[in-house]
Write a protein that binds this ligand. Structure first.
Ligand SMILES: Cc1cc2nc3c(=O)[nH]c(=O)nc-3n(C[C@H](O)[C@H](O)[C@H](O)COP(=O)(O)OP(=O)(O)OC[C@H]3O[C@@H](n4cnc5c(N)ncnc54)[C@H](O)[C@@H]3O)c2cc1C
Length: 445
């Protein structure tokens, strides 16, 4: 472990232990800096490199992998936050890297603007979320990183690199999902569009029906996803499609019952009980999966896409070629049924169109995601190992921010553009100033 030192670049202090949201990753950086300007950040990177310390920017620690862990200089983003510019003619917004998705969504809504698609929550920073390829579900619209039109990056030599399709296009092609390996992102320009309404239809459906009709549901909806409750044949489906409005959010009672009681409060109690007495999980799952009822509501995008997640868990998620997902899900269900495993968390299934980012989980192929979760504090290895065996047999690509055991050798097989990314990394960061143990495993030395 490196010893703590005082610094001069930005607000610098000796480190304490850092841990991620799920609590499954901890690190003790040599020092923590909170630069208040791009200049201070550049100085912090130069100084760390001179001292032989590695540097890692962290977001809000919502990754389940050790992607953000460091024994060197931990760069906190809080003082580099806020909206820099809104360009209505170009249809873009430029934000500082430490801005959270929540701040961005709310600021955009005030301007009558919105991102096109997003994930389940909005606690993450824009740079942390995009760096690991955070995505929601979409037929035509892809991950948050795919909505990037430009970004600024402090590289290992302390230079500020501006990237877009026109400027440094080879860096732009990779750095939108850079896993922190190419430099520190200081600002991102996103494509935005006029604020619109989405009507959500949530509806319980049987596993056999939802899997046999999966391609139809996918084709008929702009955003289709479903949750399957292990130990049952029950799923909850969610279809989000654009509508004329007006906003018709769930009534306060329905919202409280579905979002707070069933998804957070009661779900917490149920999971704690299941952790203490795993044998109760299948019966609880049958009751819980039936408790959700059909509902339809309309609201602006971030209020439909995202919801609070207060029950802590660990997660693994794989991106599969879309045509393989139903087979993989049937195998997952058969594995759970014969395994003796007790799984209290639903399995989430989402989609994304192919995109053009080198290390995007949807790079160059139509994709469906399968995510498995375990309640925090419950042993997850046996479940995740068995699930991962199924996902990798279908050529799956793990989410960069979610638990997996894959290494560079595997990624070289499942990403046709893996070599393009590692060559760029060799050029931009030959000394591995931005390296850590996770990157050594997934990208190689
Ligand atoms: C409750 C919960 C719900 C989630 N829902 C979804 C979902 O719906 N869809 C989905 O795809 N994922 C989801 N995730 C995963 C999450 O979106 C990603 O792990 C995301 O990367 C976390 O963002 P963060 O700001 O916390 O970044 P961190 O986890 O802190 O960091 C992630 C990576 O980004 C790098 N990084 C951070 N800032 C910078 C920067 N300025 N420059 C360069 N690199 C940087 C870090 O070094 C690290 O490698 C969820 C996670 C949780 C805990």
């Amino acid at each position: 472990m490196a010893t703590a030192t005082a610094g001069t670049a930005g607000n610098s202090r000796p480190a304490t232990t850092w841990h991620n949201w799920a609590g499954n990753v901890t690190a003790t950086p040599a020092r923590v800096v909170t630069p208040a300007s791009v200049g201070e950040l550049q100085e912090a990177v130069r100084r760390a490199a001179e001292e032989g310390l590695r540097v890692k920017a962290v977001g809000t620690g919502h990754s389940f992998t050790a992607a953000a862990a460091t024994d060197g200089v931990l760069v906190r983003p809080q003082a580099l936050a806020g909206i820099r510019a809104v360009d209505r003619t170009a249809g873009t917004v430029t934000v500082e890297a430490g801005t959270t998705l929540k701040e961005l969504n709310r600021a955009l809504a005030r301007e009558g603007l919105s991102l096109t698609n997003m994930g389940d929550i909005m606690e993450q920073t824009v740079s942390g979320a995009t760096s690991t390829g955070t995505h929601g579900t979409g037929r035509d619209s892809a991950s948050i990183a795919a909505q990037i039109r430009g970004l600024e990056l402090v590289t290992a030599d302390g230079r500020l690199l501006i990237c877009s399709e026109k400027e440094n296009p080879e860096v732009f092609a990779a750095a939108r999902i850079g896993i922190g390996a190419l430099g520190i992102v200081t600002a991102i320009t996103f494509a935005v569009e006029p604020l619109f309404f989405l009507t959500a239809r949530e509806e319980p459906m049987g596993f056999d029906r939802v899997t046999s009709e999966f391609e139809e549901h996918f084709a008929e909806n702009e955003h289709f996803e479903f949750y399957w409750f292990p130990h049952t044949g029950n799923c909850n489906t969610k279809r989000n499609n654009r509508s004329q409005g007006p906003a018709a959010p769930p009534g306060p009672v329905s919202a409280w019952v579905e979002d707070e009681l069933l998804s957070n409060g009661l779900f917490q109690v149920v999971n704690s009980l299941g952790r203490a007495v795993p044998a109760t999980i299948p019966s609880i799952a049958r009751v819980a999966s039936r408790a959700l009822s059909a509902r339809t509501y309309t609201d602006i995008p971030y209020k439909v896409f995202t919801s609070p997640r207060r029950v802590r868990f660990v997660e693994m998620e794989y991106a599969l070629p879309r045509e393989r997902v139903v087979e993989a899900l049937r195998e997952l269900r058969a594995m759970v049924d014969r395994s003796g495993l007790r799984i209290s968390f639903p399995v989430e299934v989402r989609t994304a169109p192919a995109d053009d980012i080198a290390l995007s989980t949807a790079s160059g192929r139509e994709t469906a995601y399968v995510a498995v979760h375990m309640y925090k504090g419950t042993p997850y290895q046996a479940y995740f190992t068995a699930a991962e065996r199924i996902f990798t047999a279908h050529g799956g690509r793990p989410h960069w921010g979610k638990v997996h055991t894959r290494d560079a050798e595997y990624f070289a097989q499942v990403y046709p553009r893996f070599g393009e990314f590692t060559a760029l990394r060799d050029r931009l960061d030959p000394g591995r100033v931005f390296g850590n143990d996770y990157l050594r495993r997934v990208l190689g030395d």
